[in-house]
Design a protein around this ligand. Structure first.
Ligand code: FEO
Ligand code: CA
Ligand code: CA
Ligand code: CA
Length: 673
């Protein structure tokens, strides 16, 4: 049942065993090399990374916590070439940084300052290692490397000016001292999942941006308890909330003050402070990787939430474009944007790709998913034409800009289905079905109290995982759902494709996909389909299974929605009553359909996957190796949780570094065969 009939046998490799070793493990017959690690220079004028806490110039170096990543081909003369296989650009996210007590301690010689105020020099490094990198890579004499001196390399950081585009452009909710017209903001932040447009630009999702802002302890009253308070609370900022790094204490310059989201000024419109600053984060941002001079744009029509990837549905000439997106927080939603303009093939290679983005991504309809118990689903349009939104008592929506900025509240109003943390999504090129990882959710319970809620057909599991490093409840291992669009823009069918579980776990409630030791996993997160082999790559970011194995990547050959029939999950509630949940599922996994391909070093997450168009090289990110290292141990390498990639022979110093690796097959074949 290979989705691409002409390819060699898929999953022909030997499975990689689960491992706690501080190495990247891959199958026999493959080679993995480190390509681009935290601190590596992207300009010829910047010295090599010393990795001892004394380095500077981070605007011209690799950022931290490499995450989602896309490939953009280059011809021999350096122009865009979608068919190129040996020279290209990698555009990648630098999501966050390894930190403890405010400080990104591996960046600072002594571990940095763990109390407020933070020194300006430390803040400047930390804001610079967030954002996006675009780097040139090439295969020379059979070996891949990145080009540190390429003029095509560039970075966006947490302070780079970015245009606001789409319905929220010019909104009063985006007016700041930096942009009194509400048309610009600074920085892109906590960039997690990615996407690639049919016109050759890069999309990056802003995920947990709210944690970087602080709010004063009496800010609700300062705002007159207006609707902005409702918005701030819905997006995770109660008054008095501290910021993750204390960047607002770096000095009096606006580049520090902008992290204080309190109402401080006396203006009515917010043009004398940064009370609206957080509204400038939380979008899908479009970047032209081929032109570092082109301003990036926040595509507000795609909604504001904790964005992960943005995957395009099947691209058909004369039809609108669809973009699928998830909101990664417990109980958040799955979304779809549908363009107003119908796709024209001439736009695939336009001279000004950002103008093509204006055309397709600034105007359209945004929908949120409702999953029905019978395997059908509804896409509900988020607009003021919906009475549930126009008449929502919790929040009075003013206009389309208000919905673009407060998307979560609009989705609440229509009763969308609360999901178990939607991480990445990806579209199967063979049949257009849409796959979402639902990484885990501690709020799912058969005896809900407080902020918890019952399992439902699309999020059917709630149990206690007693085998993890600590007992975790809810849906600790996560699952993947997939969706098949219906005959109208408003309908779909769905099933649960795979359930994460330990192979030895109970088969009636936990190991429902019959995973064996060669394929068991927990907390699926990164997700990408190969356009060459058709393989679905599943990457993990796991809290429940890291006592057994470091995070991993699996290769899957999926079937299609509904191919496994239905399963019934039977629960007994605390009061003795029964709760039976019937859910449509995919086929049980076999050695031909799911196999572990890679296990990462200690403390890392595996995330991001890009491939050359021939499928013979894949690029994968190893995010935050050694994450559990203590700040107090920064001077003692023997106490680091990980010394990767230094222990793989890469670079100076022993401090662990997030890095991109490249994987090739020794016989020159396609990856995953
Ligand atoms: Fe950045 Fe939801 O992972
Ligand atoms: Ca993720
Ligand atoms: Ca994650
Ligand atoms: Ca992470």
């Amino acid at each position: 049942n290979s989705p691409v009939p002409s390819t060699p046998k898929l999953l022909g490799f030997s499975p990689v065993a689960k491992s706690l070793a501080d190495v990247v493990s891959i199958p026999a017959g493959y080679t993995a090399s480190v390509l681009f690690a935290l601190g590596d220079p992207i300009s010829a004028s910047v010295p090599a990374y010393k990795n001892d806490g004394t380095d500077g110039d981070f605007e011209q170096r690799a950022g931290d916590h490499h995450d989602g990543m896309e490939w953009f081909g280059l011809s021999a003369n350096g122009s865009r070439d979608d068919n190129a296989t040996e020279r290209g650009l990698l555009a990648m996210n630098h999501e966050a940084t390894t930190d403890e007590k405010l400080s990104s301690f591996f960046l600072h010689a002594n571990g940095g300052t763990s109390t407020l105020p933070r020194p300006a020099a430390e803040v400047d490094k930390e804001t610079a290692i967030h954002g996006v990198a675009v780097i040139e890579v090439a295969k020379t004499a059979g070996k891949w490397s990145y080009l540190p001196g390429s003029a095509k390399n560039f970075r966006l950081t947490a302070l780079t000016p970015i245009d606001i585009s789409g319905p929220a452009r010019g909104s009063s909710q985006l007016v700041t001292k930096f942009s009194p017209t509400g048309t610009k903001t600074r920085g892109t932040l906590n960039n997690c999942g990615t996407g690639k447009t049919p016109w050759g630009t890069f999309l990056t999702g802003e995920e947990n941006w709210f944690g970087y802002f602080t709010r004063g302890a009496a800010d609700d009253a300062a705002r007159g308890n207006d609707k902005s308070v409702t918005s701030l609370k819905r997006y995770g900022r109660t008054q008095g909330a501290a910021s993750r790094h204390g960047w607002e204490t770096g000095g009096t310059d606006d580049k520090y003050q902008r992290w204080n989201n309190s109402k401080l000024g006396t203006s009515v419109d917010g043009s004398d402070d940064y009370r609206n600053e957080m509204n400038g984060m939380g979008y899908i941002v479009e970047i032209n990787p081929y032109n570092k001079a082109a301003a990036a744009k926040k595509r507000t029509a795609l909604g504001r939430f904790a964005h992960e990837s943005a995957a395009f549905g099947k691209v058909v000439v004369g039809q609108p474009l669809s973009v699928y997106m998830g909101d990664d927080s417990r109980g958040e939603y799955i979304y779809k944007f549908v363009s107003t303009v119908l796709w024209s093939a001439a736009d695939a290679n336009a001279a000004d790709p950002m103008a093509v983005g204006d055309k397709y991504l600034d105007s359209g309809k945004l929908y949120v998913a409702k999953f029905n118990a019978d395997g059908t689903g509804t896409w509900v349009e988020l607009s003021l034409t919906n009475a549930a939104i126009a008449g929502y008592a919790t929040y009075k929506f003013a206009d389309a800009a208000d919905i673009a900025i407060n998307t979560r509240l609009a989705a609440d109003a229509v009763g969308a289905t609360k999901m178990d943390r939607p991480e990445w999504n990806a579209v199967n090129p063979a049949n257009g079905e849409i796959y979402f990882t639902l990484t885990n959710n501690s709020n799912r319970s058969v005896n809900p109290s407080g902020s918890q809620y019952l399992p439902d057909a699309a999020n059917p599991r709630a149990y206690t995982d007693m085998k993890g490093s600590s007992a975790q409840t809810g849906n600790p291992n996560g699952h993947l759902v997939r969706m098949k669009e219906g005959t109208s823009v408003n309908t779909f069918n769905w099933d649960v494709y795979l359930f994460g579980a330990e192979s030895t776990a109970d088969a009636t409630l936990v190991n429902l996909s019959a995973l064996t030791a060669d394929q068991d996993f927990s907390s699926p997160d990164g997700l990408a389909f190969s356009k060459s082999s058709g393989i679905c790559w599943i990457q993990t970011d796991d809290g429940a299974y890291t006592d057994v194995s470091n995070c991993m990547m699996l290769a899957a050959v999926p079937g299609s929605v509904g191919d496994g029939g239905k399963k019934t999950l039977s629960y007994t509630k605390a009061d003795g009553s029964k709760l039976d949940i019937v859910t449509p599922v995919g086929k049980a996994a076999t050695a031909d359909t799911l196999k572990r391909f890679l296990v990462g070093p200690k403390g890392c997450e595996i995330t991001g996957l890009a491939e050359t168009p021939d499928g013979k090289a894949i690029f994968v990110n190893i995010q935050h190796p050694g994450e559990a290292t203590k700040m107090s141990d920064v001077a003692d390498p023997t106490k680091y949780q990980s010394q990767w990639p230094a222990n793989a022979g890469y670079g100076a110093g022993k401090r662990p570094r997030s890095a991109t690796i490249v994987i090739t097959k020794n016989d020159g074949g396609m990856i995953g065969t």
